[in-house]
Ligand binder design. Structure first.
Ligand code: PA5
Length: 458
């Protein structure tokens, strides 16, 4: 694969002509010294092995052990991953981008790999349904928690662990669990030592939402047949491009970062990401966590907005074009489809009105709609980035994943916040521990209950 296989960012439509709240290429260029400093912060952080910066090295990390374990899991009938947030969204994103849709519904001969279930929310209906759909003796569980303590993950883990022991007995059950967690933190690492379950390490310097290219995202991906090496090469190729491109015009991460910063300052502090491909629907979910949780700090940050073309043309476009000018849009479009379908013509006179569709293709329709939406947004005077992905394959997904990770972290350094912590998430976790009666969190329980009085009007 070459750099022509990398996604191409068209940025010309993202400059706002609004005289009062305009953003120009000159404004972006003026940010270059700060972008260079930010890039140096990321480079040095990775070189020094600082906490949070480990994702930068993942494209070139050795994945041999993960692939070997993935190969063993690939023989199963089903895999259930238990994890939430950064321990779930990246997997869903990779699978939906790179596996055929309706994966679990495909006949085993077409899949040739396990079905996959994600157990993230501790929703009783979900865990019971997953349990009813699997055969315990032909299912493996991947339990993922960096902290080894997240309540939702631990609760779902305890559910499946008990059901598996009841179904198979301890010795057989433990063979079916793989744990991915930190080397030292939390109770899952001691659980691995106590039970002898298989495990992989989640590198200590990689945070949850930046972990998709580590064991967290790669184990299930390799078990399901995704070309993990190609995924990592795409990420490495994007890293090379970002490292070598010294102007925002050539450097997509710099451009995304600079534009989101400038537009936020000009009052457009929402970033709408709108792919025109169902395969990228989960990409937007993953991006929303990455952007929101990394940058929403100290009263700063911009709100990621999930959209999907063409569906949101029939839901949100009215707001996007004629509503308030408070958003920067990014339209994602795939150039070459992996599958296309010709739209048949029909002989009925009553259908002449739709003859413009005859013999076109569904992909052509979706692509024209992506371009039309970008054009309509531009015509309404709103800023729009247009990103074209040559084709949906592991290489291009690796590249775009790394691009958004880098742009997010770079924006964090420019905003002078720590993009790798999540104090707001931790607060909610502590209240939950308190309310659920965890020892040592009595104060948090008290505080949560007193705050509850306020939101319940009492
Ligand atoms: O990005 C993050 O750090 C969070 O979203 C975590 O991924 C999420 O809270 C789950 O945490 P853990 O993997 O520790 O269970």
């Amino acid at each position: 694969m070459t750099t022509s296989s990398l996604p191409r960012l068209c940025w010309n439509g993202a400059f706002s002509p609004d005289p009062a709240r305009g953003v120009s290429l000159g404004d972006v260029r003026a940010l270059v010294p700060r972008l260079e400093t930010g890039a140096a912060v990321l480079r040095n952080g990775a070189a020094e092995g600082r906490s949070g910066f480990g994702w930068i090295s993942l494209p070139r990390a050795d994945c041999g052990k993960i692939l070997a374990m993935g190969d063993a899991l690939s023989k199963e009938d089903a895999i259930v991953q238990i994890g939430i947030g950064g321990s779930a969204l990246g997997n869903l994103m990779l699978h939906s981008a790179l596996l055929p849709p309706y994966w679990n519904e495909l006949p085993p001969s077409a899949r040739n790999r396990p079905r996959f279930f994600m157990s993230d929310n501790p929703d009783p209906r979900d865990v019971e349904t997953i349990w009813s759909l699997i055969d315990p003796s032909r299912t493996s569980f991947i339990v993922v928690s960096k902290s080894g303590s997240t309540a939702e993950t631990m609760a779902n883990f305890l559910f499946f662990w008990k059901r598996m022991i009841d179904a198979l007995g301890f010795e057989k059950a433990k063979e079916r669990f793989v744990v991915i967690t930190d080397e030292t933190k939390g109770c899952l690492r001691p659980f691995v030592s106590e039970t002898g379950c298989r495990s992989l390490v989640l590198p200590g310097d990689v945070g949850g939402r930046f972990s998709v290219l580590s064991s967290v995202g790669l184990l299930s991906a390799s078990a399901l047949g995704i070309d993990v090496r190609s995924l990592l090469s795409g990420a490495a190729a994007m890293d090379d491009l970002i490292a070598s491109a010294g102007t925002p015009e050539e450097n997509p991460a710099w451009m995304i970062s600079a534009l989101s910063l400038l537009h936020a300052k000009a009052g457009r502090n929402m970033n709408v990401l709108m792919p025109y491909a169902d395969a990228l629907e989960h990409f937007v979910e993953w991006y929303a966590q990455l952007w929101g949780e990394s940058l929403g700090k100290k009263g700063k940050g911009s709100t990621p907005v999930r959209a999907l073309g063409a569906i949101d043309q029939h839901s949100q476009i009215q707001l996007y074009t004629e509503g308030p000018d408070d958003k920067l849009f990014t339209i994602l479009s795939v150039r070459e489809p992996s599958v296309d379908v010709a739209i048949p013509s029909a002989g009925q006179q009553s259908l002449r009105e739709i003859a413009y569709l005859f013999d076109a293709s569904l992909h052509a329709l979706l692509s024209f709609e992506a371009r039309s939406t970008a054009a309509a947004i531009l015509k309404s005077g709103k800023p729009v980035l247009f990103m074209e992905i040559p084709e949906l394959n592991a290489f291009s997904i690796g590249a775009i994943v790394y691009l958004y990770e880098y742009a997010t972290a770079l924006t964090g350094t420019l905003l002078e916040i720590d993009p790798f912590d999540q104090p707001g998430v931790e607060q909610g976790k502590r209240y939950t521990y308190g309310l659920m009666g965890k020892a040592g969190f009595e104060k948090e329980a008290e505080e949560a209950l007193s705050l509850e009085k306020r939101f319940r009007n009492s």
